[in-house]
Design a protein around this ligand. Sequence first.
Ligand code: ADP
Length: 159
Amino acid sequence: MNKAVYPGSFDPTTNGHLDIIKRAASFVDELVVGVLENPSKNPLFSTDERVEHIKMLTKDLNNVSVLPFFGLLSDFVKSVDAKMVIRGLRTVTDFEYEIQMALTNRSLNENLETLFIPTSAKFLYLSSSIVKEIAMFGGDISGMVPEILKGIIIDKFRK
Ligand code: ADP
């Protein structure tokens, strides 16, 4: 069985992330979205909230599951019995970081392959940080994040 992990911070999930999730889910048997609990980052949304968001957004995709993880990605991939990691690629800057991560993960687990999916052109400049910056100053994030997350993000900044 072809089982893959799509890891990330997803703080918050953007339409760019959702596009990668849907495209990956269309060709793997099972996709586990791994939500990273990173103690060195100060996320806008807690790990539980980020997991809930993705569960809500993928409820109609029956081969997608969502789990939090902490620590090494290669360990998480092993723990869910997957052999493939999916990552989205936007720019050359992404590539430099991603190739380093892919090679590092492979050196930790030689059975692990990383598959890069190029972003859809309309999401090339879209990132969670851009969404947060715009939302923080009351800008319009329509089209950048799924409609059901829009209000949740705006409310978070109001608090
Ligand atoms: P991380 O902190 O691991 O980079 P992110 O949540 O920022 O987590 O991103 C998770 C994955 O989604 C990464 O592979 C990233 O390159 C990809 N990604 C982020 N934004 C986009 C986008 N707009 N289009 C395609 N892939 C994206």
